[in-house]
Design a protein around this ligand. Structure first.
Ligand SMILES: O=C(O)[C@H]1O[C@H](OP(=O)(O)OP(=O)(O)OC[C@H]2O[C@@H](n3ccc(=O)[nH]c3=O)[C@H](O)[C@@H]2O)[C@H](O)[C@@H](O)[C@H]1O
Length: 432
């Protein structure tokens, strides 16, 4: 015989109540009460079931994150320590964020070649083809540089890295780059350029000893400034894109950490960096790809059909600027999260000082590729672009002898040579 409760919870047929259970007000009331409590118990049961499913799911998620973490363990620590070994007297141990990126790869290589210790960190995101980032990683690996796969928002990983190596410097190049993409995916800029930066600074501030920090700001912070050439003292409170706004915010945020915690900080305003192993999202790179594939390219034009111009800067010059900044960065003064005295806070333009228009860039590429571009000229859409950039580099020259030596013609020649060999072209034709 089923109990009364069982009977209520699991009525054998829905019509059963009507037929078997009584008549009159009392019965009606009982029936109503019984069905309400049944529903209530069912609801409780379902809630409990959902809650246990969700907590199981989160256990599985965190468990798999833990077990599939691509960092940690004795072997991993050994790789990190080996990569960080210094092979010259007075050398530095540098943590390079965004090491599988364009600038990150070149800077890591240059540091390693002169005997500094280098450990990279990169999240290998898919903003552009991750296979290019993996190829850069292989290049670095062949020179003894180890890149940890992880995100700068992961403070446990950063803490672990600082526990493993007493980094003297951080070269912070990890960022969400690209001016126009900010309209498509604004949150990725906040995630990397703001939240990631703060996570990194929090770890650096408590590290003992504190490292000196050199990081990538951008020429885009000048925004609508029209003082030419752009000097570090010019106004930077009129950003034209969210990308620029996050880089400007980075300058303010790093200033705060310098002021409160005594971190030595140098911000570098890069001017449209180009060269071998570059970024496929940038104009010179995507133009090259399209010209070779016979596809049209879009060339933006400013107000009154004025050509846009950029102070294109070759990667080797930028690398010299980065190394010069690291070498002259001065020490952080804090320890255990406390400031012990004032520390350097610096900002430098790293540009080329000779702006070139975008149509001229295209004609140089046509010459090197020996192919004509199919050009579509369109009015510059309101997507964050600025009409021109032009760097005054006298501060960097004075401070660490920064002197760019590669003009666009020469730099693009080197880029095209790399492009053709990397993507397997022979005399302009793809090699199968
Ligand atoms: O100095 C910086 O701080 C930034 O430099 C770079 O931004 P930009 O100077 O905008 O470079 P890039 O995209 O190559 O466009 C170059 C020119 O081609 C024009 N452009 C672009 C695309 C296109 O299809 N057509 C076109 O005319 C375009 O209008 C522009 O005039 C970095 O990407 C950025 O991450 C940041 O580091």
């Amino acid at each position: 015989m089923p109990s009364a409760l069982e009977d209520e919870l699991f009525p054998s047929t829905p019509g059963k109540f009507k037929i078997e259970r009584g008549h009159g007000m009392n019965r009606q009331f009982h029936r109503c009460f019984a069905s309400t409590s049944t529903m209530f118990l069912w609801a409780l049961f379902l809630i409990a079931l959902t809650a246990s499913y969700l907590s199981f799911q989160s256990f599985v998620d965190s468990g798999s994150r833990y077990f599939s973490a691509s960092w940690g363990g004795i072997q991993w620590e050994k790789q990190v320590r080996n990569s960080a070994q210094i092979h010259r007297s007075g050398g530095m141990a540098v943590l390079v964020t965004g090491a599988a990126g364009f600038v990150g790869t070149h800077v890591s290589l240059a540091l390693k070649k002169r005997g500094d210790g280098v450990v990279g960190i990169d999240n290998f995101n898919s903003y552009y083809d991750p296979s290019l980032k993996k190829a850069r990683r292989s290049l670095l690996k062949s020179h003894g540089v180890f890149i940890v796969e992880g995100d700068i928002n992961d403070n446990r990983l950063l803490d672990k890295l600082f526990d493993t190596v007493a980094f003297t410097h951080v070269m912070h190049l990890a960022a969400q780059a690209g001016v126009r993409y900010a309209m498509e995916n604004p949150h990725s800029y906040v995630h990397s350029n703001i939240a990631g930066l703060v996570t990194l600074l929090e770890v650096c501030k408590t590290a003992n000893p504190q490292p000196s920090i050199v990081w990538a700001s951008s020429s885009s912070v000048y925004g609508l400034n029209d003082n030419v050439p752009f000097s570090e003292s010019d106004r930077t409170d009129q950003p034209a894109s969210l990308y620029a706004a996050t880089k400007k915010a980075g300058e303010e945020i790093t200033h705060t950490y310098n002021h409160i915690y005594g971190l030595s900080v140098t911000g570098l305003r890069f001017f449209t960096v180009y060269g071998p192993w570059g970024r496929p999202d940038m104009a010179y790179f995507s133009f090259t790809r399209n010209i070779l594939q016979g596809k049209p390219i879009t060339i933006y034009r400013g107000k009154n059909r004025v050509d846009l111009a950029r102070d294109f800067t070759y990667i080797d010059d930028i690398v010299k600027g980065c190394l010069g900044s690291l070498d002259t960065s001065g020490k952080s003064t804090g320890s255990g999260g406390k400031k012990r005295g004032p520390a350097p806070y610096r900002i430098f333009n790293l540009g080329n000082t000779s702006p070139v228009t975008v149509p001229t860039l295209v004609s140089i590429l046509e010459r090197h590729l020996k192919m004509k571009a199919k050009k579509n000229f369109v009015d510059m859409p309101g997507n964050g672009d600025v009409p021109f950039t032009h760097a005054n580099i006298s501060l960097a020259r004075r401070e660490f002898g920064y002197k760019p030596t590669t003009d666009l013609q020469t730099g693009l020649k080197k880029f095209v040579r790399w492009y053709l060999s990397y993507y397997g072209y022979n005399h302009g034709k793809p090699v199968n």
